[in-house]
Design a protein around this ligand. Sequence first.
Ligand code: FAD
Length: 384
Amino acid sequence: MERACNIAVIGGGPAGCSFSAFADKKNNITIFDTKPLLSSILPTGGGKCNITNAEPDFREFARNYPRGEKFLYSVFSRFSSSDAVDYFDKIGIKTVVLDNGRVFPEKMDSKFVRQKLLEQIKHCRYENQKITSLAAINGGFKLTSFEAEYFFDKVIVAAGGHCNWEMLKNASISLIPPKPALTGLCTEKSYRALSGVSLKNIYNYDTNFNGDLLFTHFGISGPLIFKISSIRARDEFPYTLIFDLIGKKIQDGRSFQKILDKNPKKELKNILAMYLPRTFAVEFSKKYSLELSACEIKSDLRDAIIYDLKNYKITVTKPRPDGETVTSGGVDLKFVNPKTMEYKTIPGLYFIGEVLNIDGFCGGFNLQNCWSNAYIAAAHINNL
Ligand SMILES: Cc1cc2nc3c(=O)[nH]c(=O)nc-3n(C[C@H](O)[C@H](O)[C@H](O)COP(=O)(O)OP(=O)(O)OC[C@H]3O[C@@H](n4cnc5c(N)ncnc54)[C@H](O)[C@@H]3O)c2cc1C
C-alpha cells in the first residue's frame, strides 16, 4: 500500500481487534467501542477461549455454519484455522487440540489471549464512543457518535451480533433480521421435575444429529439442543422435535421382548433405568403405570413403549430469553465480496465477524470466522 489510510473500526471485539492487528501498521487506525477492547472474548469457552477448530479441510470446516457455508469456502481457503494457529503461535499463544478438534490456548485462559492480542494493537487509537450513524461522503465516510463527527477513508464494521442496526440505516445496508442461535429452548411442557437430567447421545430426526440433551428449569439445553437451535434459528415457533432416546440399545419390539422375558418381575421403570437416567425412566413410565411389571406388558403395549422411546416428542415454544451465544442474521452476504469483505455497492466499507449473516456451531467456529474475515479485509487494504 502506497499511502497510509485513516481507518475506523467500529467494534473492538475479536473481529475488529484482529483486523487492527493484521492491517499494515502504516495506517492510522481508530477503534470505536464503549466497552474495553476485547472484553467479549473473556467469557468464550467458559473463560478458556475455544479459539478455533482443528478440522483441516476447509470445506468440511465451512459445513459447521448453518449460515455462511458457501461464502466461507473462499474465505477459509485463504485464511484457515491452521493459519490462525500459526499466527497465534507467532504472537506467543501456544495452542492445544482437545476433543472434537476444539483448539484452546495452552494456558486455557481467555485473559491471556486478550492480553497477547492487545499487545499487537498498541499502535491503534481507542475511542470510547458509540457510533450512531455511518454515511458515505466525498469518497470517504462520516461517522457520528453522541459527542462528535469523524471522517475516515475506510470503515470496518465489526460491531457483532448486537450491533445497533439503526447506525447502518443511512448507508442503506441490506440486513437479514437478527434472531438468536446457539441457545437453550423453552418448551410447551414443563420439564422442571427432570431439571439437571441429561440424555446422552440421543438422535434427533429433524436435523440428523446425535448428541446430549439436558432438561432444565426453562425447557431443554445441552450440545445437541444448541446445534438444533442454530439449524432451526430462522423457523417459526412453536415447532416439535422428535428424538430416538434409545438408539441401538433397544432396536425394536423383538429386542425389547427379549429384555422383558429376561426380567419378568422387574417393573418397566427399572428396566428403562438400565438404559436411561433413573429419574427420566420413572417420569417416562408414569404414562403407562409405575407398578407395571415386564410380564404384564403385552405386545401392543410393548410396541407402543418402543414407539414412544424412538419417537419422543418435545414441542419448543421460543429460544431461552437472553440465552443466545451468537446471532443468526445480520448483514446480507449477497452484498459482501468474500474476497475482500467489502460491501459490493459501497467501496471502502467492510463488514467482518458476527455482524454478518454468518453463525457457526460451538467448537471454535465463531471465533475462526472473525479471524478469517479480519485477515481478508486487512489483506485487501494492505495490498491496495
Ligand atoms: C458466553 C459466550 C461464549 C462463547 N464462546 C465461544 C468460543 O469458545 N469459541 C467461539 O468460536 N465463539 C464463542 N462465542 C461466540 C464469539 O464470542 C462471537 O462470535 C465473537 O465474539 C464475535 O466477535 P465480533 O468481534 O464479531 O463481535 P463482538 O464480540 O460482539 O464485538 C463487537 C463489539 O462491537 C461493539 N459495538 C457494537 N456496536 C457498536 C457501535 N455502534 N459503536 C461502537 N462499538 C460498537 C460492542 O460493544 C462489542 O464490543 C461465545 C459467545 C458467548 C456469548
